[in-house]
Ligand binder design. Sequence first.
Ligand code: NI
Length: 138
Amino acid sequence: MSEVFRFGISLPKDLIDKFDKLIEKKNYTNRSKAFGDLIRQELIKREWREGKEVAGSITLIYDHHKRELLNKITDVQHGFQKVIISTQHIHLDHNNCLEIIAVKGNPPDVQKLTNTLKAIKGVKHGTLSMSTTGKGMT
Ligand code: NI
């Protein structure tokens, strides 16, 4: 665990008031954790822009009845084995499937996989949750 360093920050009062209201809604119990999370979020954004290894998940919603679509989604995933850790398929209802693809690897490869899957005709929604491997993050 990293050493804790205490420091003061000067900010306009109305900005802090807004921040306090915001973090209260998000269930933070103190400002330190909320500030720390904001900083981590920026560091993670940088990892996705400039880093070598990131982690996250791709979520897809698609129509189960379109058979060719299922094959296409599977084919694409076979081409990206080096970044896919695991895939979970959930039958949402009679028509719709939810697929969660856990990813870890090079950011451009993960982005390319996401974009390729989203662009497949019949995929109703696709989103990428950009997270971190946790290495170097305290
Ligand atoms: Ni299904």
